[in-house]
Design a protein around this ligand. Structure first.
Ligand code: HEM
Ligand code: HEM
Length: 215
C-alpha cells in the first residue's frame, strides 16, 4: 500500500511556517507587536508539535527515520545516491536546524521589548539580559533568513535539476515516486499535542511575574 510520505500534520505545520514567518517579518518591521507576539506564540506551538511528532508521529516524520550519521551525510555530499523514502541525510539535519532556529527566534522574542509600548511576557524574568535577548532576536533572524534561502535553493536544485518531485509530495502528501510504506498516525493526536503545548505556553506567559506597574 502507498501511504502519504508526509502526513497531514507535517504538511499543515510545514506550510504554516512560510506564511507565519512572512507575517512575522512584516509585523516586526512595522512594529505591530501585539499581532507579532500572538503569531510568534503560534509558531512556538507549531515547532513544539513538530518536535513531538518527530518522536511519536508517523514513521517518515520521525527524527529516527531521517537523522543520518555524519559519515552518511559526508557520503551523500560526495555523491552517494540516497535510496530511502523521506528526507535525504542532508535534508534530515536541515529540518532539525530550521526547527531549532525558528524555536530560538520565538524563545528570544518572549524576553524582548521594543523600548516603547511592548514588553515580551518574560521580559521581567529576563532582567538585565533583555538587551542580550533583543540582539539575539535580531541576529537569529539573519541566521533564519540565510537558512530559508538555502532551503529554497536546495529545493530548486532537487526539483528542477534532479527532477525529484519534492514540492508535490510536501503539498499532496505523496506522488507516484515518493510515498511511504507505513500507515500515518491519526492527525487528531497531533492536534491534542498542539493543544497541550499551547496550554503550557499560556500558563507560562500568564503565571510568570510581570514588571511592577507604576501607574
Ligand atoms: C519560511 C519558509 C520555510 C521554512 C521555514 C521551511 C521549513 C521546512 C522544514 C522545517 C522542513 C522539514 C519538514 C518536516 O520534516 O517537518 C521543510 C521541508 C520541505 N519544504 Fe520547506 N520551508 C519553507 C518554505 C518552503 C517553500 C516556499 C517551499 C516550496 C516552494 C518548501 C518546500 C519544502 C519541501 C518540498 C520540503 C520537503 C523536502 C524533502 O522532501 O526532503 N518549503 N521545510
Ligand atoms: C519565530 C518567531 C519570530 C520571528 C520570525 C520574529 C521576527 C522578528 C523580526 C524580523 C523583527 C524585526 C527585527 C529588526 O528589525 O531588527 C522582530 C522584532 C521584535 N520581535 Fe519578533 N519574531 C518572532 C517571535 C517573537 C515573539 C514570540 C515576540 C514576543 C512575544 C517577539 C517580539 C519582538 C519585539 C518586541 C521586537 C522589537 C525588538 C526591538 O525593537 O529591538 N517576537 N521580530
Amino acid at each position: 500500500m502507498q501511504w502519504p510520505l508526509w502526513d497531514r500534520a507535517v504538511r499543515v505545520i510545514h506550510w504554516y511556517l512560510p506564511l507565519a514567518i512572512a507575517f512575522m517579518w512584516w509585523s516586526g518591521e512595522e512594529g505591530l507587536y501585539d499581532w507579532h507576539s500572538w503569531v510568534g506564540y503560534s509558531l512556538l506551538v507549531a515547532v513544539g508539535t513538530r518536535v513531538c511528532w518527530g518522536i511519536i508521529g508517523s514513521q517518515s516524520a520521525r527524527f529516527a527515520a531521517f537523522l543520518a550519521s555524519p559519515s552518511a551525510v559526508v557520503a551523500y555530499l560526495r555523491g552517494r545516491p540516497y535510496q530511502g523514502e523521506g528526507h535525504n541525510p542532508l535534508g534530515g539535519w536541515a529540518t532539525v536546524i530550521l526547527l531549532l532556529v525558528i524555536f530560538l527566534q520565538g524563545l528570544s522574542g518572549l524576553f524582548v521589548t521594543d523600548d516603547v509600548m511592548f514588553e515580551g511576557p518574560l521580559m521581567f524574568w529576563g532582567g538585565e539580559w533583555s538587551g542580550v535577548f533583543a540582539e539575539w532576536h535580531e541576529l537569529n533572524w539573519l541566521v533564519l533568513q540565510v537558512l530559508i534561502v538555502l532551503h529554497l535553493v536546495a529545493l530548486t536544485y532537487h526539483q528542477l535539476y534532479r527532477k525529484e518531485p519534492l514540492i508535490g509530495a510536501m503539498w499532496w502528501g505523496k506522488t507516484k515516486s515518493r510515498f511511504s510504506l507505513s500507515k500515518p498516525k491519526n492527525t487528531g493526536l497531533a492536534l491534542v499535542i498542539a493543544l497541550i503545548i499551547a496550554g503550557l505556553l499560556f500558563l507560562l506567559i500568564t503565571l510568570v511575574p510581570q514588571a511592577p506597574s507604576y501607574y
